[in-house]
Design a protein around this ligand. Sequence first.
Ligand code: ADP
Length: 161
Amino acid sequence: MKKAIYPGSFDPVTFGHLDMIVRSAKIVDELVVGVLNNSAKNSLFSVQERVNMLEELTKDIPHVKVDSFDGLLVDYMRECGATIIVRGLRAVTDFEYELQIAQTNHVEYPEVETIFLTTNLKYSYLSSSVVREFAAYGGDISKFVPAQFIDRIYAKYNIKK
Ligand code: ADP
């Protein structure tokens, strides 16, 4: 039973994340989308709101669950019996950081392997911060996030469309 975790902030979830979830769910037996509850980060959406959005989005994808965690990812993985970490690589700029984290996690928990999926070309420019930046100024985010979340995102900036 290959249980994997796809950790991230998902603040908010984008089409790039969804693409990663769909593709990695085909590779592993069970995929847990893990929303990091990082109190140091000033997030737009609360952890519960992010979990709710991800649950709405993935409810029909087999073998996918959504959860949140705080503290170290490897500790959470030990608790829930996951041994695979899935991460996305968009550009070289992601690589250095991701390599260091993956190697550190492997040292901390040798049973853990990190697998990387290269981004879908369609979404290689896309990040949650791009979405936040456009939304803050009332920009069109319909190509970035699923339609059902657009109003919720604008609402965070008191923008009515
Ligand atoms: P973090 O704050 O951990 O980077 P994110 O929510 O920004 O969390 O991203 C979670 C994961 O999804 C990361 O592995 C990131 O590289 C990947 N990711 C984000 N956007 C995309 C995208 N457009 N295409 C592929 N992977 C992506």
